[in-house]
Design a binder for this molecule. Sequence first.
Ligand SMILES: [Zn+2]
Length: 119
Amino acid sequence: MKIGTLINELEGKTIKLGPHVFSIRLSHQPLVTNGINAAAWFYPGGEEFAIDVEYAMNRSTTHLVESLYHELVHASIWAMRLKIEGVEEEELVECLGRAGIGIFVDNPWILPWMMKGLK
Ligand SMILES: [Zn+2]
């Protein structure tokens, strides 16, 4: 799938996480926080995920999916009010994000199978 198509499919989508419903904003302004630019950002105060369209367009579809999944892990920690001690949140999110994506990529049958059981 082309990156532009993948981005366009996010238009108008929301992500429900527990009692929260996050909107997805397609931004045409750079998303820079603490001097770091990324394809996706999670903004807990506004309950939204933002996608930097121009940044994402210059990268792979894999990068966009990994970026949004990474932000979903951050959002999960925030939504579940998980207290983390002894490890930096970013380190934990990197680990869980990469592990989760790795499971999905290496086992392409597993997401469709899980969804059949969750409906
Ligand atoms: Zn992060």
